[in-house]
Design a protein around this ligand. Structure first.
Ligand code: G6P
Length: 569
């Protein structure tokens, strides 16, 4: 949510900022703006809309200067409007800043600055005003003094008309420095800078930094220098772009033929030992990652552990770790605010499962397992979900069965899935059913479906059908049954028949002859070790959601109202 990009170098800043903002689009936003510094003067252009529309209509490219900051805003404080878009000036036009996060005490602080004229309703505008208020010596002193007054979360980049420097700070909101030759970058995430560099310094909580063309310096809140080692990232730019696919989501679905094996090879030794040594395991996650968390909880419970998956935002209200509890945080972005909040609790140990090297969650935990799935741009998680499943399997099973060409086989069913998608694209509801360890996949299939098709869908452990949902099943209601042959099939078949008797259109993912007989459409699942079925089932459900979305004229990469990285609670 909200994206930040900053540049200081010899190239035209506006060009770099526009490119950077485009690659941050997946985070979700409603307005865009940039500021450039040219001959001691800061100019800002900003408006509501998509990056390319706003950049074209306001002629960003005409803005001169080799220093600049840019922002994509996802409204939290104040409506979607030009005034509320970032960057914001301070009292005068000598300081401009962009901000990601939420300043909780902004109303009190605004009250203290009665003589300032605020142009927006945002909490963010306060930041350049505060800096200006404190500016009676060096900019860095004023910056630090201002940051000390802020409660809440922030990633801030500020520019001062009097200096050729960028000022950065982070607290509970991501910000990464990119190191170039004679130029420096900063952004909310790494892909926004990948075209220019592979060397990055992710800022840590409370870090404050100054960028010049040649150097970066990092301080703590007392102004003391802190040393942060750069990391080198191997992702290619191509990996971060569409590679000929019409959407990032489809590209990322297809990438699973490589990413699953990369994730299966992740280093889980330390985390596995921690799991072995703990009886109680609390798993916290959100969205898609929560479904991977449910799978981990199911599999560890089967082994006799006291393992539970919690929705991270509710965890503080319903559970509390004790000194013997191990916490596991699952998050593709590693920056989800609800998870960061949940894992603040004191526990005996913390494991992170994330795709983001150097992310906040990775830094807080004692053991981090990186998913190795490469950058995921589509808002709807796909390859990071199967990466999480692969890691869950590694943590739960002594030895994970070899998937062989299972992923390729599932991907090869895309044409038949597209035909089924045509039938589904005109429906208003859909139900996903499964039993046992396939239930988290039904939840995930349903989430993916509603996220990007805007069709109402629900998922149920099939045994629950007759306790409520069956009343909604009428002639033509789509029921998607996850029914590969395993210990649950006989009972699931009974549930499928119950829906069929009420006129449901049954689409089954199965390799069972009896289930096939009851189904209107079948997506064939190969016979493999039953432990691999969740992986096999996840892929056709992603393809189904994708094709229904496209058939309905929706852009699956950018579903309405949703953001890839949810950095506010
Ligand atoms: C957002 C994304 C989802 C994701 C969830 C949790 O809602 O749109 O795809 O599953 O956040 O994100 P995380 O980065 O913690 O896995």
């Amino acid at each position: 949510m909200c994206g930040i990009i900053g540049y200081i170098g010899m190239q035209k800043a506006s060009t770099i900022l526009i490119e950077g903002l485009k690659s941050l689009e997946y985070r979700g936003y409603d307005s865009v703006g940039i500021a450039t510094l040219d001959h001691g003067r800061i100019r800002i252009r900003k408006n509501i809309g998509m990056v390319s529309e706003v950049a074209d209509s306001l002629k960003f490219e005409e803005m001169e200067g080799t220093i600049g900051i840019g922002h994509t805003r996802w409204a939290t404080h104040g409506v979607v409007s030009e005034e509320n878009a970032h960057p914001h000036f301070g009292k005068s036009e000598k300081i401009a800043a962009v901000h990601n996060g939420v300043i909780e005490n902004f109303a009190e602080l605004r009250e203290e600055m009665k003589d300032h004229r605020f142009r927006s309703e945002t909490d963010s505008e306060l930041i350049p005003h505060l800096i200006e208020e404190h500016l009676d010596g060096s900019f860095i002193d004023a910056f630090i003094k201002s940051l000390k007054k802020l409660e809440g979360s922030y990633a801030v980049v500020a520019v001062d008309a009097a200096e050729e420097k960028l000022y950065l700070a982070r607290k509970n909101s991501p910000l990464v420095i990119g190191i170039g030759k004679g130029e420096m970058f900063c952004a909310s995430d790494i892909p926004a800078m990948l075209k220019h560099t592979r060397q990055f310094v992710p800022l840590e909580e409370g870090d404050i930094a100054i960028l010049t063309r040649e150097s970066y310096q990092i301080f703590n809140h007392d102004g003391k220098t802190v040393i942060r080692k750069p990391i080198t990232v191997k992702w290619s730019m191509e990996q971060a772009q569409k590679s000929g696919f019409p959407h990032f989501m489809l590209k990322e679905i297809h990438e699973q033929k490589h990413t699953v094996s990369e994730s299966l090879a992740a280093n889980v030794d330390k985390a596995k030992k921690l799991i072995e040594n703990h009886e109680r395991i609390d798993i916290v996650a959100c969205g898609t990652s929560y479904h991977a968390g449910l799978m981990l909880a199911y599999l560890l419970s089967k082994k006799g552990k006291n393992a539970h998956a919690y929705i991270a935002s509710d965890y503080p209200f319903i559970a509390k770790p004790d000194e013997k509890t191990l916490m596991v945080a699952i998050s593709q972005s590693g920056e989800t605010a609800d998870i960061l909040q949940a894992i603040k609790a004191k526990s005996s140990g913390k494991i992170a499962i994330t795709n983001a090297v150097g992310s906040s969650i990775a830094r807080i935990c004692d053991a981090t397992i990186y998913m190795n799935a490469g950058p995921e741009v589509g808002v709807a998680a796909t390859k990071t979900f199967t990466a999480q499943l692969a890691i869950v399997f590694r943590l739960a099973y002594e030895k994970v069965p070899e998937p062989g060409n299972l992923i390729e086989t599932m991907l090869s069913k895309e044409d038949e899935i597209r035909k089924i998608a045509e039938k589904l694209s005109k429906k208003e509801h859909a139900f996903f059913l499964a039993r046992g360890s396939n239930v988290p996949i039904a939840y995930e299939g349903s989430l993916k479906f509603k996220e990007i098709t805007y069709i109402h869908s629900e998922a149920y452990p099939a045994g629950e059908l007759k306790h409520g949902t069956l009343s909604l099943v009428t002639e033509g209601t789509p029921v998607i049954a996850l029914a590969p042959k395993d210990e649950t099939t006989a009972k699931l078949l009974g549930n499928i028949k119950e829906t069929k008797a009420r006129g449901a259109t049954v689409i089954s993912l199965t390799n069972d002859a009896n289930v096939k007989k009851e189904s209107d459409y079948v997506i064939d699942i190969p016979v493999v070790d039953a432990r691999l079925y969740p992986l096999a089932l996840a892929i056709p459900l992603q393809l189904l959601a994708y094709h229904v979305s496209v058939l309905r004229g929706i852009n699956p990469d950018r579903p309405r109202n949703l953001a890839k990285s949810v950095t506010v609670e």
